[in-house]
Design a protein around this ligand. Sequence first.
Ligand code: C2E
Ligand code: CA
Ligand code: CA
Length: 577
Amino acid sequence: MDQPKQHQSRADILTFPHMTRKDEQLLQTVLNNMSQGVLMFDSETRLTFCNQRYLELYGLSSEIVKPGCHLRDLLRHRIELGNFSGDADEYVARLKSGIAEGKTFNNVVNLPDGRAFSVVNKPIAGGGWLATHEDVTERQRSEDRIAHMARHDALTDLPNRMLLLEQLNHEIKRVKRGECLAVLCLDLDQFKSVNDALGHHIGDELLKLVGERLRGCTRELDVVARMGGDEFAIIMTQMEQAADAATLSKRIRDSVIKPYQVEGHQIVTDISIGISVAPMDAVESDELLRNADMALYDAKADGRGTFRFFEPEMNTRMKVRRELEMDLRKALATEQFELYYQPLVVLETNEVNGFEALLRWNHPARGMVSPADFIPIAEETGLIVPLGEWVLKAACNEAVHWPEHIKVAVNLSPAQLNCRNLVSMVTSALNETGMPPHKLQLEITETVLLQNTFTTLATLHQLRKMGVQIALDDFGTGYSSLSYLRSFPFDKIKIDRSFIQDLSNGAEPLAIVNAVAGLAKCLNMTSTAEGVETQQQMDVLQAIGCTEMQGYLFSHARPANEIRQFFQRKIDKAGAA
Ligand code: C2E
Ligand code: CA
Ligand code: CA
């Protein structure tokens, strides 16, 4: 563009020496109808050109803002109108020296009236510069909205994982300067059942309310984030001591467990919390989060509704667990499982009338792994379903060779009962092996009935109608056992071994076992004492009138071939007699 002629009479008049009059008019029209304000200044910081749009954008007077007007006076006019904040002299000096060095200024300026302007000042030939002003308020708002959405959870509007990590990285710098902070991982207990029972919509509302309560428990400078699902995380900053995180956790729990009202439903929930403290546990954000998560896992395993600080041993435990989980997947395919059988003995006659099938995992490197160690993992990963099916088939396949009156008891996990096809799985196990249903007993725990859904009970009734017996396992370890006895007509109650072990410790355990055995008799159920280890315990149980016993006193669980030999010996003995 050619050098403009200076000091025109009207601000928006600009002439270009090599243009025809028509071209020039066209250019004027274009400039005045642009959405941007356009100005030109000479090397003396005086205005040489300004379009109409510029005047409109700031509501300026064409009496003041016209060719020849000094930038300083223009700015003072804007200050009077309240749309320039800053020192006019300083601005002019900075701009002038920058332009002289050939520098382009490109800024987004937030005006006192809330609008945002993109302002570009670009040097042009002759020492002056061209300025464009564009209202970018809307664009910036939508950019802000998008930026907000990327860093916040849509449901609760709390920061999401991304923002939490950003903030954590930022806060960790202060830790390196000597402060301490805590990361809390939180997880609602039984949230899934709220969702399942009342629907996602109610679940969502609950999450929002929980989010609000968490915010209410924390300080302004703490970060409360939703990590997804029913998981939240908190960064507690500027802490004085680790105990502060425990205090916060207690406060959170007290607040979260108060009942919620959602669309006419009263909802109660609890929360588990894992805590990791910087710099003691870690000084990297990833590690802090991971540690807090591990502590949360422990808190959950510890009965929920509680909090745990991270401990280094959790790391090792988690590693072992993960390895077991991977090995477990392989184990089914490579036939590392085996069933052992523990005899059930009739107390009156001292005769064996059945065996409980107990799963054994012969791990290639670890040796025998206890079911207490791998069944919970199999349950969590869902592997219990195929594993349980294998157990059932293997047990039936074995027991079908035993004498007619000898039963086999198989343990069922709650997850198997939630599985829709349990009845057909049992049916096909019986059919495939040719096992009569009355030889099969299924052991379930109270946890199964805790989810006392219609389908669970219907499944149990169906199985019982087929002739399969149902036993209530580990009786007494739950919390409202007696009411469960009413909900289903069990064939057998297995009194948990903790009561049997306590038999010699005073009158109370004795009274309990006595009462349970009596109750079973009244309800026409068998009562089985688990974990009988001493003759003394056996004598007591016999005196009480308990029906059956199972325990090391008589025998540990034994491999299938030993059970076969046991029967063979009996047959041989009978033959010899
Ligand atoms: P459970 O159903 O209560 O089984 C009885 C457990 O007590 C067995 O442990 C058994 O070996 C042990 N036991 C028997 N007599 C005595 C005794 O006199 N003293 C002591 N201290 N213990 C005794 P095991 O085989 O380690 O099984 C532990 C648990 O693992 C079982 O408890 C059961 O809940 C679960 N489990 C075992 N096999 C299976 C299975 O095939 N499926 C499912 N779902 N769970 C299983
Ligand atoms: Ca059992
Ligand atoms: Ca048991």
